[in-house]
Write a protein that binds this ligand. Structure first.
Ligand code: PRP
Ligand code: URA
Length: 230
């Protein structure tokens, strides 16, 4: 909690449904299908908070009964930029509430030995510098990947960036918020710490592997509670 006081640009979504869903996301018995659906659902809550300060313009609309003044979003559509690969698994929730958002991609992989981020790809819309960028990654662990992604996006002349993640560790919050005090960070929850391999505790394990199903999952029980989810 002290950490939240230190970094004014860090926000945790305080909502019972988010807490409930993240509990199931953490559960090692949650199967791939349910994991992805729950991540999408929490993504909707995150998108709701991330877009809260989006500017509006006044318009006139004609209902079947009368004309009235109303409001719509102003300016260019935002760009969602998932950090490959796990970030891609968090796009759908945002797109449910803002389907016309543009999409960019940034490829950053964390070296499992050094824990340092290694950038390998960046493709943004040509006019990205005139738009709000929403950087997306489920995990803010050491903070290296997200901080490097934000720095790379700034190189394109982007002025307005926000970052949303599912789970943040104190180490990652410190690193990211100190490197990018101009970027608001929205997390589904704040966890305790990193383990010696740089994984978040209690965390959810490897987000990319759980979203993509790329590692054997010995803990899955073929005839267990998750049977319908396969
Ligand atoms: C994971 C995660 C973040 C990064 C977080 O990705 O999705 O991008 O690690 O760690 P950090 O805060 O210590 O940098 P990973 O590099 O494992 O790649 P993946 O998405 O391809 O699994
Ligand atoms: N990346 C993950 O997928 N999980 C962690 O806990 C840390 C980094």
């Amino acid at each position: 909690m002290e950490l939240l006081m230190n970094y004014k640009n860090f926000h945790v979504i305080d909502h019972p449904l988010v807490k409930h869903k993240i509990t199931y996301i953490r559960d090692k018995y949650t199967c791939k299908k349910n994991f992805k659906e729950l991540v999408d659902e929490v993504g909707i809550f995150l998108a709701y908070e991330v877009t809260r300060d989006f500017p509006l313009i006044d318009v006139e609309v004609e209902t079947p009964l009368t004309k009235t003044k109303a409001q719509i979003l102003a300016g260019k559509k935002p760009v969602l930029v998932p950090i490959l690969r796990a970030g891609v698994g968090m796009l759908d929730g945002f797109l449910k509430i803002m389907p016309s958002a543009r999409i960019g991609h940034i490829g950053i992989s964390r070296n499992e030995e050094t824990l340092e981020p290694e950038a390998y790809y960046c493709k943004l819309p040509v006019d990205a510098s005139q738009r709000t960028i929403i950087l997306i990654d489920p995990m803010l662990a050491t903070g290296g990947s997200a901080a490097a992604a934000a720095a790379r996006i700034k190189e394109e002349g982007v002025k307005r960036i926000k970052f949303m993640c599912l789970i943040a560790a104190p180490e990652g919050i410190k690193k990211f918020c100190e490197a990018h005090p101009d970027i608001e960070v929205y997390a589904g929850c704040l966890d305790e710490k990193l383990n010696e391999k740089g994984y978040i505790l209690p965390g959810l394990g490897d987000a990319g592997d759980r979203l993509c199903g790329t590692k054997p999952t010995p803990y899955m029980q073929p005839l267990g509670v998750n049977f319908l989810g396969y």
